[in-house]
Design a protein around this ligand. Structure first.
Ligand code: NDP
Ligand SMILES: O=CC(=O)O
Length: 329
């Protein structure tokens, strides 16, 4: 088979890098490091395939990549790629669905628990030497078990969160998505436990609202002031999807006006979260540095799937996990 040119734009585990190097000519260059940017640009101009994550491939960059055949993202979310520009050039886009669902659901549930039970704040109190007597009511948390969970997005990860909530914590689950999921065939364990509802019903009835949405033109800014004001007074809000699905100024206002009790956020509109962002230090926000899938096992499984996708596509085979770039009809 002809050796092709591959650009690796984020660190790959050594075993996966070796698989690529055995078959193709590989350049490793991280465009986020200024010293490596010239190498990245030069390699991109010649690359047939690229693999990595957390870097925006806009139309201009795709235009620069004149020989590009395949983009293999080490992520399930594909909002970093200009789908129209990829489609126009016939470039295959691959991603990593499925292998991270349970890990991301664990993270989101940990964040949900930490937010409702004030775990981080109270741990900080101990670390700072303020545990000098039993805590008082002002520091009590809110029960999670038995509360109603509202899920915005009920895909692979949303359903994994719903299983934890319904089966482990006895929580009735309401979900909002454009299409109802056939629970009998796709998630029989959630039959009678998860209900597809209109958005207004979900917001009015949920004690805890979790957003697990992809970032698309239909979801950008979807969680806004109107949506916060339709939530139960004192509800909790968790975002494990993408930061820009939320209007962050509206989230801050909802917290400050007492509409929301607290928020747990793994994702932000700008990442890493700027030091000046009020979400970083807000007393009722639990921020995490986008760690949904960040375990050794899962990040390795994602890198391995992305590597297989790339090798398959470069060999002219159908990749295990291609993402459709054609505009929805
Ligand atoms: N924090 C982290 O580290 C991670 C974050 N993520 C993020 O989570 C996202 C979801 O992942 P995954 O569950 O695998 O994706 P899926 O594609 O399986 O699920 C997406 C869900 O969102 C729903 N949805 C899409 N658009 C809308 C809309 N306009 N209104 C209402 N619902 C909508 C879909 O339903 P329908 O089409 O019927 O509307 C579906 O239920 C990823 O795209 C990524 O951005 C993923 C992994 C890790
Ligand atoms: O945010 C992570 C992803 O896989 O998407």
């Amino acid at each position: 088979m002809t050796r092709k040119k591959i650009l690796v734009f984020r660190e790959l585990p050594p075993d996966q890098l070796a698989r690529l190097q055995a078959a193709h000519d590989v350049t490793v260059a991280d465009p986020r490091q200024p010293a490596q940017r010239p190498l990245f640009d030069a390699a991109l101009a010649k690359a047939h395939g690229v693999i990595g994550s957390s870097f925006r491939f806009d139309a201009a960059l795709i235009q620069h990549a004149q020989h590009l055949e395949v983009v293999s993202s080490i992520s399930v979310g594909v909002d970093n790629y200009d789908l129209g520009a990829l489609h126009a050039r016939g470039i295959v886009l691959c991603h990593t669905p499925g292998v991270l669902d349970e890990t991301v659901a664990d993270t989101v549930f940990a964040l949900l628990m930490a937010t409702c039970r004030r775990v981080v704040e109270l741990s900080q109190l101990v670390r700072e030497g303020h545990w000098t007597r039993n805590i008082g009511e002002d520091l009590f948390g809110t029960d999670v078990h038995g509360k109603t969970l509202g899920l915005l997005g009920f895909g692979r990860i949303g359903q994994a969160i719903a299983r934890r909530a319904a089966l482990g914590f006895g929580m009735p689950v309401l979900y909002h998505a454009r299409h109802a999921v056939d629970l009998a065939s796709q998630a029989p364990e959630l039959q009678g436990k998860a209900e597809h509802t209109p958005l207004a019903t979900l917001l009015a009835r949920s004690d805890i609202v979790v957003a697990m949405l992809p970032l698309t033109h239909t979801t950008r800014g979807m969680v806004d002031a109107q949506l916060f004001s339709a939530m139960k007074p004192g509800a909790f809000f968790i975002n494990g999807g993408r930061g820009a699905t939320v209007v962050e100024a509206d989230l801050l206002a909802a917290l400050d006006h007492g509409q929301l009790c607290a928020a747990g956020l793994d994702v932000f509109t700008t990442e890493p979260l700027p030091l000046a962002s009020p979400l970083r230090t807000h007393p009722r926000v639990t921020p995490l540095p986008h760690i949904g899938s960040a375990t050794h096992d899962t990040r390795h499984a994602m890198a391995a799937l992305a590597t297989r996708n790339l090798l398959q596509a470069l060999a002219g085979e159908r990749p295990e996990a291609a993402y459709p770039t054609a505009p929805a009809t």
